[in-house]
Design a binder for this molecule. Sequence first.
Ligand SMILES: Cc1ncc(COP(=O)(O)O)c(C=O)c1O
Length: 396
Amino acid sequence: MATDSRMASRLLEQLPARQGFGDATLIRHRPGSIDLGGGNPDVAALPTALYRDAARDLTESDGFAASLRYVPAPGIPALRAWIAEREGVDAERVIVTTGGAHGLALAVLGTLDAGDAIVVDDPVYPLFLRTLDLVGAHPVPVRVGADGIDVDELERRLEEGLRPKALFTVPTFHNPSGGTLPDDRARRLAELADRYGFTLILDDPYREVGFEPGAVDVRSRLLDSDRVIAVNTFSKTLGPALRVGWMVVPEALSERFVRLRNRLDGLTSGTLQELVLRIVQRPEYPRVLADAGLGYARKARALQQALGARFGDDIEITDPSGGFFLWARLVGDADFARLHETAQDEGVFFQRGEWFAVDDDAHLRGTMRLSFSEQPVERLVEGVERLHRAWRQVRG
Ligand SMILES: Cc1ncc(COP(=O)(O)O)c(C=O)c1O
């Protein structure tokens, strides 16, 4: 519907509607259908007992009423200090955010101007591309694989003259493709950022949901570089409805990021920050994370096995060591748009791989992101049965 141009800003006027990923019009909810599309944690893995204790402790404490007041824009000091210690940085560099998406929006607004180029993962977390619409920056795809973003390819492109202002990557248990950037590649990335003068936006929401307890350092990487903005969230460990996350910014920019934040939402709920603090400080918290990781590992294996058993040589599947997703490619030719429709008729939803493309999606033909985090094992297995029925109907 056309609107009167005086009603809306150019930004509001021109924001594209969601297409593909996140477009609710593409999802047909029907009773009993199995959703393998989402990024929700397993509700059974969320520490509800710790929430109950924390809420009681907070609401019965003398400080409760004060937690309902405005709190400092970068976060309450105690939570900033807890995050800073965990990240191994000065607390001045930590800003508590209202979730990961908010941290990404701040990073984009604080780094990029209209027309700037930013290197992004290919396939990419699609909602990050939409954040770029806020400033009109231009994404430049670089392939990401089992070892994260392709640093050789990036270096070649830089040598050929590419001059990005920033680079965005999900370095650990990549969404959607599951890979992890090894430390030596991460170092090379930081060296390239220094040499060519661009900012690294490292978005790491899955870092704390590794399958093997202790296998991944929970600290963000490269924080000794003054070119890194690390964005994170409690969404995958404490639940996305909480809307609490954090970012670590270069020391030289931290005051200015707080100024920016003051002009947007001003603060993250102090009450929720107090709640989070009481949960993460509990001695049981590391065990909660470890148990969640083991649960996700079990589900990932179950989904891999079911896919392998049903599809055999018709499918290639990644073997991640953490996160919420399997990335799969169906071998052979088929009408993959029809597969997605037919799968929904059969009662299973997944994300089409093409929806994670930056621009050209030909190389993602036949790929799928299958989420194992939310559904119980028997639903995962049933989901594969339904997917396979759809595949039998459409494969060439
Ligand atoms: C790669 C990535 N970044 C950021 C987010 C957003 O996190 P939040 O729900 O805290 O906004 C997600 C959530 O799915 C994600 O997968």
